[in-house]
Ligand binder design. Sequence first.
Ligand code: ZN
Length: 106
Amino acid sequence: MSKKAAWTDTIIYARPEEQYIHVKREPVAGAVCPECKSKDVKRYPIANWMGPRIVVKCQTCFHVLEISYPTREDRWPPYQPLTLDWPVALAERASVERVLSQGKNK
Ligand SMILES: [Zn+2]
């Protein structure tokens, strides 16, 4: 993982200077797809029905190896509330754990 991001990096963005912007897919060292045995496995941000997530996916057959919550260092989604990594209240904990377990199975 890259260095820890300053909290201001999650709310202040410079205007992009590139003509086209794209998602950077980072190769996952040592990962092998269990479906097709390809070593072309990459990690990148996605937005699916559960919201913003980080996926580790085979680029040959698109088998999903892992889906997880993004960290501040992932800078995904582009805007993150300041309370994103605060502990979840007891009243909301059960639903958060259910969503997390669904995310790991998808
Ligand atoms: Zn594969």
